[in-house]
Design a protein around this ligand. Structure first.
Ligand code: PLP
Length: 386
Protein backbone atom coordinates (compact mmCIF):
# COMPACT_ATOMS: atom_id res chain seq x y z
CA UNK A 1 0.00 0.00 0.00
CA UNK A 2 2.79 2.38 1.03
CA UNK A 3 4.62 1.73 -2.25
CA UNK A 4 1.46 2.34 -4.30
CA UNK A 5 0.73 5.64 -2.65
CA UNK A 6 4.34 6.82 -3.18
CA UNK A 7 4.08 6.06 -6.90
CA UNK A 8 0.72 7.86 -6.98
CA UNK A 9 2.21 10.95 -5.34
CA UNK A 10 5.15 11.12 -7.76
CA UNK A 11 3.03 10.71 -10.86
CA UNK A 12 -0.02 12.81 -10.11
CA UNK A 13 0.95 15.60 -7.75
CA UNK A 14 2.77 18.50 -9.38
CA UNK A 15 5.52 20.11 -7.32
CA UNK A 16 4.49 23.48 -5.94
CA UNK A 17 5.43 26.30 -8.33
CA UNK A 18 6.65 29.85 -7.70
CA UNK A 19 3.88 32.17 -6.55
CA UNK A 20 2.99 34.85 -9.10
CA UNK A 21 0.41 37.22 -7.61
CA UNK A 22 -2.23 38.83 -9.82
CA UNK A 23 -1.67 42.49 -10.74
CA UNK A 24 -4.26 44.25 -8.58
CA UNK A 25 -5.05 47.90 -7.99
CA UNK A 26 -5.22 48.29 -4.23
CA UNK A 27 -7.86 50.81 -3.15
CA UNK A 28 -8.84 49.35 0.17
CA UNK A 29 -7.78 50.30 3.71
CA UNK A 30 -4.22 49.08 3.10
CA UNK A 31 -1.88 47.76 1.96
CA UNK A 32 -1.90 50.37 -0.80
CA UNK A 33 -0.34 50.11 -4.25
CA UNK A 34 3.44 49.98 -3.96
CA UNK A 35 5.28 52.05 -6.55
CA UNK A 36 7.60 50.24 -9.00
CA UNK A 37 10.50 52.28 -7.57
CA UNK A 38 9.89 50.85 -4.10
CA UNK A 39 9.47 47.32 -5.46
CA UNK A 40 12.76 47.54 -7.33
CA UNK A 41 14.52 48.84 -4.19
CA UNK A 42 13.22 45.74 -2.42
CA UNK A 43 14.95 43.49 -4.96
CA UNK A 44 18.43 44.98 -4.43
CA UNK A 45 21.13 42.62 -3.07
CA UNK A 46 20.81 41.77 0.59
CA UNK A 47 23.78 42.89 2.69
CA UNK A 48 24.60 42.27 6.34
CA UNK A 49 22.50 44.27 8.77
CA UNK A 50 25.63 45.41 10.63
CA UNK A 51 27.44 46.29 7.38
CA UNK A 52 28.67 49.91 7.68
CA UNK A 53 26.86 50.78 4.42
CA UNK A 54 23.61 49.45 5.79
CA UNK A 55 24.07 51.33 9.07
CA UNK A 56 24.53 54.53 7.04
CA UNK A 57 21.24 53.80 5.29
CA UNK A 58 19.49 53.25 8.63
CA UNK A 59 20.66 56.70 9.74
CA UNK A 60 19.11 58.13 6.58
CA UNK A 61 15.86 56.29 7.32
CA UNK A 62 15.86 57.96 10.74
CA UNK A 63 16.28 61.45 9.33
CA UNK A 64 13.75 60.83 6.55
CA UNK A 65 11.27 59.67 9.20
CA UNK A 66 11.97 62.81 11.22
CA UNK A 67 10.96 64.76 8.13
CA UNK A 68 7.81 62.67 7.55
CA UNK A 69 6.76 63.07 11.20
CA UNK A 70 7.93 66.71 11.32
CA UNK A 71 10.00 66.14 14.42
CA UNK A 72 13.49 66.63 15.78
CA UNK A 73 13.00 63.66 18.15
CA UNK A 74 16.27 61.72 18.35
CA UNK A 75 14.29 58.63 19.12
CA UNK A 76 12.68 58.17 15.70
CA UNK A 77 13.04 54.81 13.98
CA UNK A 78 11.21 51.96 12.28
CA UNK A 79 10.17 48.91 14.27
CA UNK A 80 10.69 45.65 12.36
CA UNK A 81 7.05 44.61 12.43
CA UNK A 82 3.66 45.99 11.32
CA UNK A 83 1.68 48.91 12.79
CA UNK A 84 0.22 46.77 15.58
CA UNK A 85 3.77 46.29 16.91
CA UNK A 86 4.29 50.06 16.86
CA UNK A 87 1.08 50.42 18.86
CA UNK A 88 2.17 47.77 21.34
CA UNK A 89 5.69 49.24 21.59
CA UNK A 90 4.28 52.61 22.67
CA UNK A 91 2.02 51.10 25.32
CA UNK A 92 4.32 48.48 26.83
CA UNK A 93 7.29 50.82 27.06
CA UNK A 94 5.51 53.83 28.53
CA UNK A 95 2.89 52.29 30.81
CA UNK A 96 3.16 50.49 34.13
CA UNK A 97 0.26 48.78 35.94
CA UNK A 98 0.02 51.79 38.33
CA UNK A 99 -0.88 54.21 35.50
CA UNK A 100 -4.24 55.56 34.40
CA UNK A 101 -4.76 56.10 30.67
CA UNK A 102 -7.59 57.96 28.97
CA UNK A 103 -8.31 56.34 25.60
CA UNK A 104 -10.56 58.03 23.04
CA UNK A 105 -12.43 55.36 21.13
CA UNK A 106 -14.32 56.11 17.92
CA UNK A 107 -13.66 52.91 15.98
CA UNK A 108 -11.87 49.56 15.86
CA UNK A 109 -8.34 50.83 16.47
CA UNK A 110 -9.24 52.84 19.57
CA UNK A 111 -10.65 49.58 20.94
CA UNK A 112 -7.29 47.91 20.29
CA UNK A 113 -5.57 50.64 22.31
CA UNK A 114 -7.88 49.80 25.20
CA UNK A 115 -6.90 46.14 24.94
CA UNK A 116 -3.24 47.06 25.09
CA UNK A 117 -3.78 49.08 28.27
CA UNK A 118 -5.82 46.29 29.86
CA UNK A 119 -3.22 43.64 29.08
CA UNK A 120 -0.59 45.74 30.85
CA UNK A 121 -2.90 45.88 33.87
CA UNK A 122 -3.10 49.68 33.87
CA UNK A 123 -6.38 51.49 34.49
CA UNK A 124 -8.23 52.64 31.39
CA UNK A 125 -10.84 55.39 31.22
CA UNK A 126 -12.67 55.46 27.89
CA UNK A 127 -13.98 58.52 26.06
CA UNK A 128 -16.70 56.86 23.98
CA UNK A 129 -17.06 58.48 20.57
CA UNK A 130 -19.58 57.98 17.81
CA UNK A 131 -18.49 55.69 14.96
CA UNK A 132 -17.88 57.73 11.83
CA UNK A 133 -17.19 60.94 13.76
CA UNK A 134 -13.99 62.62 14.96
CA UNK A 135 -13.09 62.40 18.65
CA UNK A 136 -14.97 65.14 20.51
CA UNK A 137 -12.39 67.44 22.20
CA UNK A 138 -14.97 68.59 24.78
CA UNK A 139 -15.62 64.98 25.81
CA UNK A 140 -11.86 64.53 26.37
CA UNK A 141 -11.71 67.75 28.38
CA UNK A 142 -14.66 66.66 30.56
CA UNK A 143 -13.15 63.21 31.15
CA UNK A 144 -9.75 64.62 32.11
CA UNK A 145 -11.38 67.01 34.58
CA UNK A 146 -12.92 63.99 36.28
CA UNK A 147 -9.71 61.92 36.06
CA UNK A 148 -6.95 63.98 37.71
CA UNK A 149 -4.79 60.85 38.15
CA UNK A 150 -4.58 60.31 34.35
CA UNK A 151 -0.99 60.15 33.08
CA UNK A 152 -1.57 59.46 29.36
CA UNK A 153 -4.10 60.29 26.67
CA UNK A 154 -4.27 57.97 23.66
CA UNK A 155 -6.23 58.41 20.43
CA UNK A 156 -6.27 57.43 16.76
CA UNK A 157 -5.56 60.35 14.43
CA UNK A 158 -7.04 58.68 11.32
CA UNK A 159 -9.59 55.96 12.17
CA UNK A 160 -9.26 53.52 9.27
CA UNK A 161 -12.36 51.59 10.32
CA UNK A 162 -14.64 54.60 9.74
CA UNK A 163 -12.72 57.20 7.70
CA UNK A 164 -12.85 59.84 10.46
CA UNK A 165 -10.02 62.33 11.02
CA UNK A 166 -9.62 63.71 14.55
CA UNK A 167 -8.14 67.06 15.48
CA UNK A 168 -4.83 65.80 16.88
CA UNK A 169 -3.50 69.29 17.56
CA UNK A 170 -6.41 70.22 19.83
CA UNK A 171 -6.53 66.83 21.56
CA UNK A 172 -2.79 67.09 22.38
CA UNK A 173 -3.25 70.61 23.71
CA UNK A 174 -6.03 69.45 26.03
CA UNK A 175 -3.91 66.51 27.22
CA UNK A 176 -0.94 68.80 27.89
CA UNK A 177 -3.12 71.20 29.91
CA UNK A 178 -3.91 68.23 32.15
CA UNK A 179 -0.22 67.19 32.42
CA UNK A 180 -0.78 64.05 30.33
CA UNK A 181 1.57 62.58 27.75
CA UNK A 182 0.00 61.64 24.41
CA UNK A 183 0.12 58.38 22.48
CA UNK A 184 -1.08 58.84 18.90
CA UNK A 185 -1.94 56.27 16.22
CA UNK A 186 -0.83 57.68 12.86
CA UNK A 187 -0.91 54.40 10.92
CA UNK A 188 -3.21 55.83 8.24
CA UNK A 189 -2.48 59.55 8.68
CA UNK A 190 1.30 59.73 8.11
CA UNK A 191 2.00 61.41 4.73
CA UNK A 192 -1.72 61.56 3.85
CA UNK A 193 -2.89 64.49 6.00
CA UNK A 194 -1.22 67.25 7.99
CA UNK A 195 0.71 65.82 10.93
CA UNK A 196 3.22 67.83 12.97
CA UNK A 197 4.66 65.89 15.87
CA UNK A 198 6.76 68.68 17.41
CA UNK A 199 4.36 71.58 16.82
CA UNK A 200 1.47 69.62 18.25
CA UNK A 201 3.50 68.23 21.17
CA UNK A 202 2.89 64.52 20.50
CA UNK A 203 4.89 62.31 22.91
CA UNK A 204 4.65 58.87 21.32
CA UNK A 205 3.49 58.14 17.80
CA UNK A 206 3.44 55.07 15.59
CA UNK A 207 2.58 54.46 11.96
CA UNK A 208 2.68 51.74 9.30
CA UNK A 209 4.68 51.34 6.10
CA UNK A 210 1.78 50.07 3.99
CA UNK A 211 -0.63 53.01 3.94
CA UNK A 212 0.22 56.52 2.68
CA UNK A 213 3.94 55.74 2.49
CA UNK A 214 3.02 53.07 -0.08
CA UNK A 215 5.78 50.79 1.05
CA UNK A 216 5.50 47.04 1.57
CA UNK A 217 3.73 46.02 4.79
CA UNK A 218 5.71 45.00 7.86
CA UNK A 219 7.46 48.10 9.20
CA UNK A 220 6.25 50.52 11.84
CA UNK A 221 7.80 53.99 12.05
CA UNK A 222 7.71 55.35 15.62
CA UNK A 223 8.87 58.50 17.35
CA UNK A 224 9.16 59.39 21.05
CA UNK A 225 9.58 62.87 22.51
CA UNK A 226 12.52 63.48 24.86
CA UNK A 227 10.13 63.29 27.80
CA UNK A 228 8.72 59.95 26.65
CA UNK A 229 12.22 58.60 25.89
CA UNK A 230 13.37 59.63 29.40
CA UNK A 231 10.40 57.83 30.91
CA UNK A 232 11.40 54.66 29.04
CA UNK A 233 15.07 54.95 30.01
CA UNK A 234 14.33 55.56 33.69
CA UNK A 235 11.55 53.04 34.20
CA UNK A 236 12.08 50.78 37.21
CA UNK A 237 10.26 47.67 35.99
CA UNK A 238 11.33 45.58 33.00
CA UNK A 239 9.25 45.98 29.84
CA UNK A 240 7.12 42.85 29.49
CA UNK A 241 8.11 42.34 25.83
CA UNK A 242 11.77 41.64 25.10
CA UNK A 243 11.45 42.24 21.34
CA UNK A 244 9.66 45.56 21.72
CA UNK A 245 11.73 46.82 24.67
CA UNK A 246 12.79 50.18 23.27
CA UNK A 247 15.74 50.60 25.63
CA UNK A 248 17.30 47.63 23.77
CA UNK A 249 16.07 48.63 20.31
CA UNK A 250 17.31 52.18 20.91
CA UNK A 251 20.89 50.88 21.25
CA UNK A 252 20.53 49.02 17.98
CA UNK A 253 19.42 52.16 16.11
CA UNK A 254 21.57 54.66 18.01
CA UNK A 255 24.28 55.09 15.35
CA UNK A 256 27.79 56.62 15.72
CA UNK A 257 29.28 53.24 14.80
CA UNK A 258 28.27 51.72 18.14
CA UNK A 259 25.44 49.61 16.89
CA UNK A 260 25.09 46.25 18.57
CA UNK A 261 23.04 43.25 17.58
CA UNK A 262 19.45 43.11 18.85
CA UNK A 263 17.62 41.30 16.06
CA UNK A 264 18.30 40.80 12.36
CA UNK A 265 16.81 43.84 10.65
CA UNK A 266 14.53 43.18 7.65
CA UNK A 267 17.26 44.46 5.35
CA UNK A 268 15.37 44.58 2.05
CA UNK A 269 12.20 45.96 3.62
CA UNK A 270 14.31 48.80 4.98
CA UNK A 271 15.63 49.50 1.46
CA UNK A 272 11.98 49.74 0.40
CA UNK A 273 11.07 52.05 3.29
CA UNK A 274 14.10 54.22 2.51
CA UNK A 275 13.00 54.50 -1.12
CA UNK A 276 9.40 55.38 -0.24
CA UNK A 277 10.65 58.09 2.13
CA UNK A 278 13.01 59.46 -0.52
CA UNK A 279 9.99 59.66 -2.84
CA UNK A 280 8.06 61.52 -0.15
CA UNK A 281 10.94 63.92 0.38
CA UNK A 282 11.19 64.53 -3.39
CA UNK A 283 7.49 65.22 -3.68
CA UNK A 284 7.41 67.33 -0.51
CA UNK A 285 5.23 66.55 2.49
CA UNK A 286 2.77 69.39 1.90
CA UNK A 287 2.43 68.37 -1.75
CA UNK A 288 1.68 64.81 -0.67
CA UNK A 289 -1.07 66.03 1.68
CA UNK A 290 -2.46 68.24 -1.12
CA UNK A 291 -2.40 65.37 -3.63
CA UNK A 292 -4.41 63.12 -1.30
CA UNK A 293 -6.94 65.95 -0.80
CA UNK A 294 -7.23 66.68 -4.55
CA UNK A 295 -7.79 63.03 -5.46
CA UNK A 296 -10.33 62.68 -2.66
CA UNK A 297 -12.26 65.67 -4.04
CA UNK A 298 -12.40 64.03 -7.48
CA UNK A 299 -13.55 60.75 -5.98
CA UNK A 300 -16.17 62.50 -3.84
CA UNK A 301 -17.71 64.27 -6.81
CA UNK A 302 -17.84 60.96 -8.71
CA UNK A 303 -19.53 59.31 -5.72
CA UNK A 304 -22.16 62.04 -5.73
CA UNK A 305 -22.92 61.20 -9.38
CA UNK A 306 -23.26 57.53 -8.45
CA UNK A 307 -25.54 58.36 -5.51
CA UNK A 308 -23.04 57.03 -2.97
CA UNK A 309 -23.14 58.78 0.41
CA UNK A 310 -20.25 59.32 2.77
CA UNK A 311 -20.51 58.11 6.35
CA UNK A 312 -18.34 60.89 7.81
CA UNK A 313 -19.37 64.58 7.66
CA UNK A 314 -17.24 66.54 5.13
CA UNK A 315 -15.14 68.51 7.66
CA UNK A 316 -14.12 65.32 9.56
CA UNK A 317 -13.36 63.16 6.51
CA UNK A 318 -10.08 61.47 5.75
CA UNK A 319 -9.06 62.05 2.12
CA UNK A 320 -7.17 58.75 2.06
CA UNK A 321 -9.98 56.56 3.43
CA UNK A 322 -13.41 57.10 1.95
CA UNK A 323 -16.15 55.22 3.79
CA UNK A 324 -19.53 55.16 2.05
CA UNK A 325 -22.88 53.56 2.83
CA UNK A 326 -23.66 50.55 0.63
CA UNK A 327 -26.89 51.46 -1.21
CA UNK A 328 -30.08 49.59 -0.24
CA UNK A 329 -30.52 46.27 -2.05
CA UNK A 330 -26.89 46.00 -3.15
CA UNK A 331 -24.97 42.86 -2.22
CA UNK A 332 -21.68 43.93 -0.59
CA UNK A 333 -19.68 40.76 -1.24
CA UNK A 334 -20.93 40.37 -4.84
CA UNK A 335 -19.86 43.89 -5.78
CA UNK A 336 -16.41 43.53 -4.25
CA UNK A 337 -15.98 40.15 -5.95
CA UNK A 338 -17.06 41.66 -9.29
CA UNK A 339 -14.55 44.50 -8.96
CA UNK A 340 -11.80 42.00 -8.18
CA UNK A 341 -12.69 39.59 -10.99
CA UNK A 342 -13.50 42.10 -13.73
CA UNK A 343 -11.19 45.01 -12.88
CA UNK A 344 -8.52 43.54 -10.59
CA UNK A 345 -9.59 46.27 -8.21
CA UNK A 346 -9.64 45.80 -4.45
CA UNK A 347 -11.82 48.00 -2.26
CA UNK A 348 -12.37 47.44 1.46
CA UNK A 349 -15.35 45.95 3.27
CA UNK A 350 -16.85 47.60 6.35
CA UNK A 351 -15.15 46.72 9.63
CA UNK A 352 -16.65 46.08 13.08
CA UNK A 353 -19.94 47.96 13.41
CA UNK A 354 -19.89 48.81 9.68
CA UNK A 355 -19.46 45.22 8.50
CA UNK A 356 -21.79 44.56 5.54
CA UNK A 357 -23.09 48.14 5.42
CA UNK A 358 -20.08 50.16 4.25
CA UNK A 359 -17.30 50.17 1.69
CA UNK A 360 -13.94 51.68 2.51
CA UNK A 361 -12.15 53.06 -0.52
CA UNK A 362 -8.53 53.93 0.00
CA UNK A 363 -6.59 56.62 -1.81
CA UNK A 364 -3.29 56.05 -0.10
CA UNK A 365 0.17 57.03 -1.25
CA UNK A 366 0.93 55.79 -4.76
CA UNK A 367 -2.75 54.84 -5.15
CA UNK A 368 -3.84 58.50 -4.79
CA UNK A 369 -3.67 59.14 -8.54
CA UNK A 370 -6.17 60.27 -11.19
CA UNK A 371 -5.94 56.92 -13.02
CA UNK A 372 -7.04 55.09 -9.88
CA UNK A 373 -9.92 57.46 -9.20
CA UNK A 374 -11.14 57.07 -12.79
CA UNK A 375 -10.83 53.28 -12.64
CA UNK A 376 -12.64 53.06 -9.32
CA UNK A 377 -15.55 55.25 -10.44
CA UNK A 378 -15.98 53.43 -13.77
CA UNK A 379 -15.73 50.00 -12.14
CA UNK A 380 -18.19 50.88 -9.38
CA UNK A 381 -20.66 52.31 -11.89
CA UNK A 382 -20.50 49.12 -13.92
CA UNK A 383 -20.82 46.91 -10.81
CA UNK A 384 -23.82 48.84 -9.50
CA UNK A 385 -25.50 48.61 -12.92
CA UNK A 386 -25.05 44.83 -13.09
N1 PLP B 1 -4.02 51.41 13.57
C1 PLP B 1 -4.72 51.76 12.49
C2 PLP B 1 -5.46 53.07 12.48
C3 PLP B 1 -4.78 50.92 11.38
O1 PLP B 1 -5.47 51.27 10.30
C4 PLP B 1 -4.08 49.68 11.42
C5 PLP B 1 -4.15 48.77 10.27
O2 PLP B 1 -4.94 48.88 9.39
C6 PLP B 1 -3.36 49.36 12.57
C7 PLP B 1 -3.34 50.25 13.62
C8 PLP B 1 -2.60 48.06 12.65
O3 PLP B 1 -1.58 48.05 11.70
P1 PLP B 1 -1.04 46.67 11.07
O4 PLP B 1 -2.18 46.02 10.39
O5 PLP B 1 0.06 47.13 10.15
O6 PLP B 1 -0.53 45.85 12.20
Amino acid sequence: MVIISKIFLCEFIMPIQSFIPPQRTLMGPGPSDVSPRVLSALARPTIGHLDPTFIGMMDEVKSLLQYAFQTQNTYTLAISAPGSAGMEACFVNLLTPEDTVVVCKNGVFGARMIENVQRIGAKVVVVEGEWGRAVDPQALEDTLKQTPQAKFVAFVHAETSTGALSDAKTLCEIARNHQCLTIVDAVTSLAGVELKVDDWGIDAIYSGSQKCLSCVPGMSPVSFSDQAAALIKNRKSTVQSWFLDQSLVMDYWSGQGKRSYHHTAPVNSLYALHESLVMLQNEGLENSWARHRAQHNKLASGFADLGLEFIVPAQERLPQLNAVHIPQGIDDAKVRQYLLNEYNLEIGAGLGGFSGTAWRIGLMGYAARSENVALCLAALKDALNQ
